[in-house]
Design a protein around this ligand. Structure first.
Ligand code: NI
Length: 155
């Protein structure tokens, strides 16, 4: 496993529609291992493959409910609305206020290709929606009501 450089806004890979993962094991394992190490090192709630320069439909989510690896994820249902603060490891030093569904249902595959379903709500749902947007080249700053600068780190 190794920690990877997180691509910053302005780089083209963040704006591309990612490809469906068709081959499981080997390279996908390495990718997901690196994503886990990177999201933990950066203290993020989630990370999408394009954020480390890989245009594949894979994200990791690291929230109170647990650590999830979602390959080829699709939102199949959504309910309600929440409005709250959001940041992104690819948009350093900023936060924005974004509207998201309160609850989402997702179908995805794990790193072995096995199919699963999950239901997420609250912050977990927000993290899922944010990371899935990355797979279609969408950043939260495209959707935010407002984007503002955070105080310098350590303050
Ligand atoms: Ni992000």
């Amino acid at each position: 496993m190794s920690r990877r450089y997180v691509v910053q806004v302005g780089e083209e890979v963040l704006r591309k529609k990612c490809d469906v993962v068709k081959s499981f094991g080997g390279e996908l394992d390495s990718l997901l291992n690196d994503m886990k190490e990177t999201v933990r090192a950066e203290s993020g709630a989630g990370l999408a493959a394009p954020q480390i320069g890989v245009g594949l439909r894979a994200v990791v989510i690291d929230v109170e409910e647990g650590y999830y690896e979602l390959v080829n994820p699709v939102i199949t249902a959504q309910k309600g609305e929440q409005r709250g603060a959001e940041g992104c490891l690819s948009v350093k030093g900023k936060q924005g206020t974004v509207r998201r569904p309160y609850k989402v249902k997702v179908e995805y595959q794990d790193r072995k290709g096995k199919k699963h379903k999950l239901t997420a709500e609250g912050f977990f749902a927000r993290a899922v929606c944010h990371e899935l947007d990355h797979l279609d080249g969408v950043l939260y700053i495209d959707k935010a009501d407002e984007v503002y600068d955070l105080p310098p780190e350590g303050k």
